[in-house]
Design a protein around this ligand. Structure first.
Ligand SMILES: Nc1ncnc2c1ncn2[C@@H]1O[C@H](COP(=O)(O)OP(=O)(O)OP(=O)(O)O)[C@@H](O)[C@H]1O
Length: 631
């Protein structure tokens, strides 16, 4: 009976006869290798990733690596004892990480069983990683069963790691060793380890999904019933009732949204959806199903639909920006003027002061208002990802690049507005790239040479002091002058006096509406306490406090006792007996007078004690006509 080696020789020397004594799965794999022209004399896998590219791949496989790391760590003792190594590869068969016996890993490097190498069948012939991916099943490949001559001393076992929900391949876990070291348990261990990794991914996904839904529910500008929420892998996880009905009427299958089906309208594809962040991490995305288009025009395909507006348009886009304290009146007036001229706008101000709210209002009030509003958080993505996100990439720009390449956000915002949040965090090389795009009005995708014209209105935002960043050499002066043609500075919430109560009433009403609760406006005493808080997290913090209190309160309105103890702590007004309850303005006057008396009318100390800026205190003194006794 011929040996497996004889059979391999028969096949690779061009004898088409059936080979005897070889497992079917191996023979089939060899035939695939011959067909795709794999070199049977090959001695090693090709290295397909430079350090940079490997970094990018690892980032893209962050979830997989995070889930695999502890499992691979647990196997360390077994691997050392048995003289084997464990290999984690991505779904393209490229090795991301290795763990295990040092000497085996050194020997592995000789055949390039190491990070950055491509172990698909088409690159490296029959092998456990590539063949498991090709078959979609766990596989052990013994010594001479490998297709390439240089690998025939190894025995490898691998299992595919799958997405817990849709079972697509997320990667491969492999255990390899020189044939003498490898034993029958390795395949069982590979299957168990892959299962444990899947379990960890499932747990993490559930957690992320809960955070995603929480983040989406707390965002009030989205019409929940027409919303499709995608998770971080682009799968729809929540579809509003009306969205479901509208999609059905458009003959679109809700279950296929976000997965990039060619027949989907562009606005329903994951690339066009608006990202949702949690602590700077993109945890999902949403898109709004347009209404008023119950049927596709006769014969038209779904993709012919035009993009929907992100939400209903109020008559005046600035009506959505709540606040008429003097600094807000000024900021809104400037924004309104700038909306009518096509110049870049820079929005500055501490976090949570409403920079994005202003950016959206400027966009809607502008000539580009019918176009897309595309927001990118420059601080939330690593350098390489930010480059491809903004400028797009060409087909083949890197291994794993999508077929046909991908348009970046600049192209997505064509004839609309691109909102670059946290622009101060943009790395220096990208600043140069951005400047070129702005100057030439054209974008060049990463890995491509030709320009694609884009007409985009740029609005940038930062909480940093950009002139200081320029002086420190961290931000390019030429880019600064280009984007800061006109700037609007949003003041901290604590300096907006009466806006605090207005915003609180607005957030309380909208939270009650969204949660289906009946609530009256917050009690005066609660508003007074809110007015004396510092609000380091600004409007966002206020919104969260009100949202929480609206849900938690047992009464039909938010009372002071429903607020967290930290709100207004230290500056709390003395509680008023019910019969002498005061209005918000009176309470403010009382608080100012009390603090001023306690500090002997030292206004800096009074402002500190009240937790407001000195300029706000002056404004309040003027507004209430308060003067120092005898002054
Ligand atoms: N004037 C306002 N009227 C109504 N809602 C507001 C206003 N300002 C802020 N908000 C709400 O507060 C939250 C934070 O606002 P936004 O994201 O625009 O702040 P930001 O300054 O862009 O924050 P960051 O710098 O952290 O990105 C949002 O939910 C927004 O809807």
């Amino acid at each position: 009976m011929p040996s497996v080696f004889d059979a391999w020789e028969t096949l690779v020397t061009g004898d088409a006869r059936a080979v005897a004594g070889v497992r079917d799965l191996v023979e089939n794999s060899w035939r695939r290798c011959l067909k795709t022209g794999v070199d049977p004399a090959g001695r090693e896998a090709p290295l397909v990733c430079s350090e940079d590219r490997l970094g990018l791949r690892r980032e893209r496989a962050e979830d997989l690596r995070g889930a695999a790391a502890p499992v691979m760590g647990d196997a360390r003792a077994f691997l050392a004892e048995t003289g084997t190594m464990m290999v984690l590869a991505d779904p393209d068969g490229v090795v991301l990480d290795v763990e295990g016996d040092g000497r085996t890993r050194d020997r592995g490097e000789v055949i390039r069983l190491m990070p950055g190498a491509d172990w698909t069948e088409t690159a490296s012939g029959t092998n456990a990683i590539g063949t498991a991916l090709a078959l979609g099943a766990p596989v052990q490949i013994h010594a001479v069963e490998h297709f390439c001559a240089g690998i025939k001393q190894w025995t490898c076992s691998a299992a595919v790691i799958r997405d817990p929900v849709d079972r697509t391949a997320l990667g491969v876990l492999d255990i390899s060793g020189l044939s003498g070291a490898h034993n029958a348990h390795c395949l069982a261990l590979a299957v168990t380890a892959a299962g444990r990794i899947e379990g960890r991914i499932a747990k993490r996904d559930l957690n992320l999904r809960a955070r995603l839904i929480e983040a989406v529910l707390s965002e009030e500008r989205w019409p929940m019933d027409r919303l499709v929420v995608f998770d971080h892998r682009g799968r729809p996880v929540r579809i509003g009732d009306r969205a479901r009905r509208l999609l059905k009427e458009m003959a679109l299958d809700p279950a296929r949204t976000g997965t990039g089906g060619a027949a989907l309208p562009d606005w329903l594809k994951i690339e066009a959806a608006e990202p949702v962040f949690d602590a700077a991490r993109r945890i999902g995305a949403v898109c709004v199903v347009p209404q008023g288009r119950p049927h596709l025009p006769g014969g038209a395909r779904a993709r012919d639909l035009t993009p929907p507006p992100i939400c209903e348009r109020p008559a005046d886009p600035f009506d959505e920006v709540i606040g008429d304290s003097p600094p807000m009146i000024k900021a809104k007036a400037t924004a309104r003027r700038l909306a009518g001229v096509e110049v870049p706008v820079l929005l500055t101000g501490p976090t949570g002061t409403g920079k994005e709210v202003f950016a959206r209002a400027i966009h809607r009030a502008s000539a580009m208002g019918q176009g897309a509003f595309v927001a990118v958080n420059c601080g939330a993505l690593a350098r390489d990802l930010l480059a491809t996100e903004l400028f797009g990439y060409a087909e083949g720009a890197f291994t794993g690049a999508r077929k046909g390449g991908m348009a970046g956000k600049f192209e997505a915002a064509h004839d609309g507005t691109l909102f670059l949040d946290e622009i101060g965090e943009m790395p220096a090389e990208l600043q140069a790239h951005l400047l070129r795009v702005l100057e030439q009005g054209a974008v060049v995708r990463v890995g491509e040479a030709h320009e694609r014209p884009v007409r985009v209105r740029l609005i940038a935002a930062t909480h940093r002091d950009l002139p200081a960043e320029v002086a420190a050499g961290r931000f390019r002066a030429d880019l600064y002058f280009r984007i800061a043609v006109t700037a609007i500075t949003l003041p901290p919430l604590a300096e907006r006096g009466p806006d605090i109560a207005r915003l609180a009433c607005h957030f309380a009403a909208s939270a009650a509406r969204r949660h289906g609760l009946v609530r009256h406006p917050p009690a005066d005493e609660a508003l007074a306490r809110l007015a004396t808080h510092d609000w380091p997290g600004n409007v966002r913090e206020l919104r969260n406090v009100i949202e929480q209190a609206t849900i938690l309160t047992l009464a039909d309105r938010i009372e002071a006792a429903d607020l967290p103890a930290t709100i207004g702590a230290g500056h709390v007004l003395r509680p008023q007996p019910a019969e002498t309850a005061v209005s918000l303005d009176e309470a403010e006057v009382q608080a100012i007078l009390a603090a001023a008396t306690e500090t002997g009318w030292n206004l800096a100390a009074t402002a500190r004690r009240l937790g407001i800026a000195k300029s706000t205190l002056y404004e309040k003194l003027r507004r209430h006509g308060i003067r120092r006794p005898g002054g």
